[in-house]
Design a protein around this ligand. Sequence first.
Ligand code: SAH
Length: 477
Amino acid sequence: MDDYTAEATPWPYFPVFLKLAGGRVLVVGGGEVALRKVRLLLRAQAHVEIVARELHPELKDLHAQGRLYHIGQSFNGEQCAGTRLVIAATDDRALNREVAAAAHDHSVPVNVVDDPEHSSFITPAIVDRSPVMVAVSTGGSAPVLARRLREKIETVLPAAYGRVAAFMGRMRRSAQALEPAARKRLWEQFLDGRGAERALLGDEAGAAREFDRAVHRASSVGEVYLVGAGPGDPDLITFRALRLMQQADVVLYDRLVSPSILDLVRRDAERIFVGKGPKQHEMSQEEINALLVRLGKQGRRVLRLKGGDPFIFGRGGEEIDRLAAEGIPFQVVPGITAANGCAAYAGIPLTHRDYAQACIFVTGHARQDGALELHWDQLARPGQTIVIYMGLGSLPQLCARLVEHGLPGDWPAALVEEGTSPRQRVVTGTLSDLPAKVARAGIKGASLVIVGEVVRLRERLRWFEPAGAAENGNSRA
Ligand code: SAH
């Protein structure tokens, strides 16, 4: 951003691509080195004039074919007049410098081969994927390095890249009708999608089809649907969620979204797994936010599917905050949060006239050093149900701290694993024995902890018994 400020390292050269077609270029010298330069100049369709006592055989051929002009045996300054560029390529250093001085006098840019000090321009190492052209320069300080870099770039730029650029060039006119922002979206869409791939393969018709599709998408504004998918049972998603799942053309989902819910998403929608397991962050939150913005800008209808409710321990707020800042339309669809789903399917009411007049949701996610930062005094209270999300790992610590802060050791507590799914397991116990029971049951899946006297009600209110529940560690303890 501050490229032009005084603090930035000054550039010894200004990079440009010069139009030379039909323009006169003077080359002084007729050997191997001159030949290399002449070849490049002819590619740029320059009108090449050579001054040399003797011409390299290949230059002679070019001369015979009328592709260059041998205007003299010896150099004089006047030959520079009216030229666009001058190249001094003789093996006589003094003569080269004389050429450079004459070019300076005529205000014509000059390149003295292998002599940057006397050159007013230098030629870069190039990667030619016409019309794509990559030019590498080290400012004359390390030509070998420049060539190395060029080789590297050669290997990462598919040779057919020129086709993509050529195709885009041909389509430019059709894209002109769009607003500048939409045009940019169009090309991003084209390059990210199958369009570029088709063009790379030389499938002109396929590329054109993808281009039309991208035009269509780019002219419509995208939208992001932040949708709560509920705790697992697909029957628990809302009608609105289902409708949007059928509309979206790309879906971003995390680990908590079950395959049976993903099955409800439109069949041809693109699916992107963004992970977020406890220790395996496939994509950082920042990357997810950026991806949502990018897809939205491409005019796509993006379904951001989250387990439970997007606004409960889901970071949904952060995601749409970014969208709002970027002016991308969005809507938020609530979902049944794990606390509601697990409580219902475990037969544990979260509030009850006699046992709990309040219910509090907290996260049991420990800090990096393993410490839990919770307001224990506010939690360890009778007449209140505590629901702990992400508390499996810290369960022993959680139970111990609650007892330390005043709850009785025989205070009821339960853990619900993969609540509402056919794999649901419920382990009930007390603050003293729950951690050991959970360890014995080998609980590993998404788990919710419920602490409070309401847990006792399960004995009478349990109703959901998934197949194999009995041997699954469900206990009536
Ligand atoms: N936004 C989600 C919560 C995300 S945090 C929601 O509203 O439910 C992830 C935690 O939610 C898990 O660690 C677990 O504690 C809990 N959770 C989510 N689904 C669950 C399920 N089916 N059974 C038990 N716990 C679940």
